[in-house]
Design a protein around this ligand. Structure first.
Ligand code: ATP
Ligand code: MG
Length: 443
């Protein structure tokens, strides 16, 4: 088989040194289109890692992502090196396993597991597949235990349970990353895994310096890939962060996984899918994007066998506040809760700018007691009454006394905003959040 393909390459390209091609199956770079490379004489399976020798004698790593006829399609991890036609391409290392476990705690790595923190390479005998392990759905536990996230409005009104998956949806600059940092500092868990994907490079160091105080940092792993890196690396970073979280769960740990942002991961898959010739659908996203989001989010959850859990938060960018965006829609359909941040609240200085009426935790009913649930429902009722009638009130068309609920909503509105407001550096635990909600809003 190898030989026959090598022959094809030979016919296409003229003389190739076949002795060199075997036994290491060296392929030949024959085309470069956009970000994609075509390699002939190289029948490696999908997902294989390869390296290509550049004109300068260095190597560029890449991955086999598809086929076209008898040629393999390879995406390189570095796009700026001088590649020449006829360059040799060879298999390079076992591709799909990720170093995991406690050797990673306190470390900052890139999509390929290389250290970014100036410390020695991470060595760990504990390896886990990049794409995760398929599990029997019955092995996944139900979400029934509230997890303290350190944010009053979330603990009280949008209670996150251990093993839940939550999307934080907002336009740019409304406070997603700050809220995430607040939850990192406040969440009660054993390990925190953060995937910083497609952010500005400046934000990576900013994140590490401002949102990871030493006590938190020693139980955290950061996988960071800024926006200027090739799409395959951005995609792999999200998968690597998820794999690291899964491996800690396998050891029975309570893990918090944060992906900032899922939209950038979807953009990376969009670039790859379109290059591979997939048809664009809504907003130019090819179908593979809508397969990727569930496959990534489904990996979080509780493992009944080990007792470990991965509670996951994904930030999703809603351009121009558009929550009908296909990525938002597809993420909302798969996660068990969404926290929508409102630009209007942020502009009023209400931080975290949680739009209580439009946000929802679907598993909250299973994790809180009836008093707590009733108080949260009451809070929501008043909040929504105020929101729905805001225009009427602004026009002066509402006459006080005509609707008792609205009257109370107007009277209580400042209290409600005060309940949601919380300075970025402050933490409120689950019990006190519950207590103040019940005190203010029990029926
Ligand atoms: N809790 C807060 N208290 C005070 N200011 C805040 C708070 N949260 C956000 N801000 C303000 O909003 C700005 C943007 O916040 P942040 O970086 O979290 O937004 P983002 O939604 O992550 O933006 P992007 O879409 O660019 O990633 C901050 O620089 C800060 O000025
Ligand atoms: Mg951000």
């Amino acid at each position: 088989m190898t030989r026959r393909l090598a022959m094809t390459a030979q016919q296409l390209l003229g003389p190739i040194d076949l002795a060199q091609a075997s036994p290491r199956r060296i392929g030949t770079l024959v085309a470069h289109e956009g970000i994609m490379l075509e390699v002939s004489g190289f029948p490696q399976p999908l997902g294989s890692n390869v390296r290509i020798k550049t004109a300068a004698g260095d190597y560029v790593n890449g991955e086999v992502v598809g086929f076209r006829g008898h040629r393999s399609l390879v995406l390189p991890f570095d796009t700026n090196l001088p590649l020449a036609t006829g360059a040799p391409v060879e298999p390079h290392g076992a591709s799909s396993m990720v170093a995991c476990g406690k050797a990673l705690l306190g470390r900052i790595i890139d999509a390929q597991g290389n250290p970014l923190d100036g410390r020695p390479p991470v060595k760990s005998p504990f390896q886990w597949p990049l794409a995760g392990r398929k599990v029997n759905p019955l092995r996944r536990g139900r979400v029934t235990k509230p997890l303290n996230m350190g944010v009053r409005a979330i603990n009280g009104l949008l209670t996150v349970g251990e093993g839940q998956r939550v999307a934080i949806v907002a336009g740019s600059g409304v406070g997603k990353s700050v809220l995430m940092g607040q939850m990192i500092a406040g969440t009660e868990c054993d390990v925190i895994v953060v995937g910083l994907i497609g952010e500005r490079s400046r934000e990576v160091s900013d994140f590490v310096e401002t949102k990871l105080p030493p006590a938190v940092r020693k139980k955290s792993v950061v996988v960071a890939v800024p926006a200027d890196h090739p799409p395959l690396l951005r995609l792999r970073a999200a998968m690597r962060a998820t794999a690291i979280a899964e491996a800690f769960r396998q050891e029975g740990k309570k893990v918090l996984l944060l992906i900032d942002s899922l939209t950038r991961v979807a953009h990376a898959q969009r670039e790859i899918g379109l290059t591979l010739g997939e048809p664009p659908t809504m907003k130019g996203y090819p179908p593979s994007v809508f397969a990727l989001i569930p496959s990534l989010c489904e990996r979080a959850g509780i493992d009944r066998q080990t007792g470990g859990s991965v509670t996951a938060l994904y930030t999703v960018l809603a351009d121009g506040g558009d929550i009908e965006d296909p990525v938002v829609d597809s993420a909302r359909a798969i996660v068990d809760g969404h926290i929508i941040l409102s630009r209007t609240l942020a502009e009023q200085g209400v931080y975290p700018a949680i739009d209580v009426a439009r946000s929802l935790s679907r598993t909250m009913v299973d994790s809180v007691d009836p008093d707590h649930a009733a108080a949260a429902a009451r809070f929501r009722q008043l909040w929504s009454a105020y929101e729905e009638n805001r225009d009427l009130m602004l026009m002066g068309a509402y006459v006080a006394g005509s609707d008792p609920i609205l009257d109370e909503a107007i009277r209580r509105h400042p209290d409600q905003l005060a309940f949601v407001k919380q300075p970025a550096g402050a933490q409120v635990d689950f019990q006190s959040s519950r207590q103040s909600l019940i005190e203010g809003y029990s029926a």
